[in-house]
Design a protein around this ligand. Structure first.
Ligand code: GLU
Length: 288
């Protein structure tokens, strides 16, 4: 008797949830013209404001100094905001770490995430992605005298990465003999490398290059230089916001041809002398 009641209650709750989901789906699907209330196009149009999740400790990409954020991801965020009609002063940056990007989007704590954020199928189950606007690859940062030459030489070594990141997951699943140590940010890993507590740091090559070129580590570290993954960087937003995703991709197409993508690179990562990559707009997501 008691069990019946509980089952009935659970069933009731499930069908309610299904109804709610169906309504939500209808809303999001039909809001292509004026911008659905919950999407970024509508919000940008109405409020002229956006909250963007970015990294705060990755030189060249997303770095916070005082209350100012700089880096390539920040410049990309400005391009997207501008394309949506939001001025730079309307952007509020919110620091994210690798593991809280999906929940921040899902819970509405941020409207967008531009934070060295790899597009993949697992993440696509819970969020949507515009882009990619850049393709990085997993690599290793080691002391200059290290004998580590690639991921296959990590057995028995302590390697540091960040929880909730694709590089940490790849070490866990494909290089099980490595001793993985996880922190919540790469700068903590780099501090541990400098202090000799770990033998290597692993994440995207472009992130590692930023740390290697920091003045305080001059001559101490090297990036191994053998990519062992593809990490296409996307702009994360709510899973239901197909309209917003399509708009982001349109903005990126324009940025690829009007010089603004190249300018974003030249002002940040390009300062080291590397020429701006080609933004391949044939590879943009289908926003499905
Ligand atoms: N691009 C990878 C990822 O999204 C590594 C960099 C990061 O953790 O932000 O997981």
């Amino acid at each position: 008797m008691k069990r019946m009641t509980r089952l009935a209650a659970v069933f009731g709750a499930v069908s309610l949830a299904l109804t709610a989901a169906a309504c939500g789906g209808d809303d999001a699907g039909s809001g292509s013209g004026s911008g659905s209330a919950s999407g970024i196009v509508g919000k940008a149009t109405n409020d002229k404001k956006l909250v963007v999740g970015v990294k705060a400790d990755q030189p060249g990409l997303g770095l916070q100094t005082g209350s100012t954020y700089t880096g390539f991801d920040i410049e990309i965020a400005k391009i997207i905001a501008k394309g949506l009609g939001v001025p730079e002063t309307g952007i509020e940056y919110k620091t994210t770490v690798s593991s809280n990007r999906e929940p921040f989007i899902q819970q509405g704590q941020v409207d967008l995430v531009v934070a060295t954020y790899t597009i993949n199928d697992e993440r696509k189950k819970v969020v949507n992605f515009g882009g990619p606007y850049f393709v990085a690859g997993q690599d290793l940062l080691v002391p200059v005298a290290s004998t580590i030459t690639g991921p296959e030489t990590l057995a028995g070594k302590k390697v540091c990465s960040v929880s909730g990141s694709t590089p940490a997951k790849r070490i866990q699943t494909e290089y099980k003999d490595a001793g993985l140590q996880q922190f919540d940010s790469y700068s903590k890993c780099v501090t541990a490398l400098a202090g000799g507590q770990v033998d290597a740091v692993t994440t995207d090559d472009i992130i590692l290059a930023g740390y290697a070129s920091q003045e305080q580590y001059a001559g101490k570290f090297k990036v191994v230089g053998k990519k062992f993954s593809e990490e296409p960087y996307g702009i994360g937003l709510k899973k239901t916001d197909t309209e917003g995703c399509n708009k982001i991709n349109e903005i990126l197409k324009t940025a690829a041809t009007d010089g603004s993508y190249k300018a974003a690179w030249d002002a940040t990562l390009g300062k080291s002398g590397t020429a701006a990559p080609e933004l391949d707009t044939t590879k943009l997501t289908n926003c499905a």
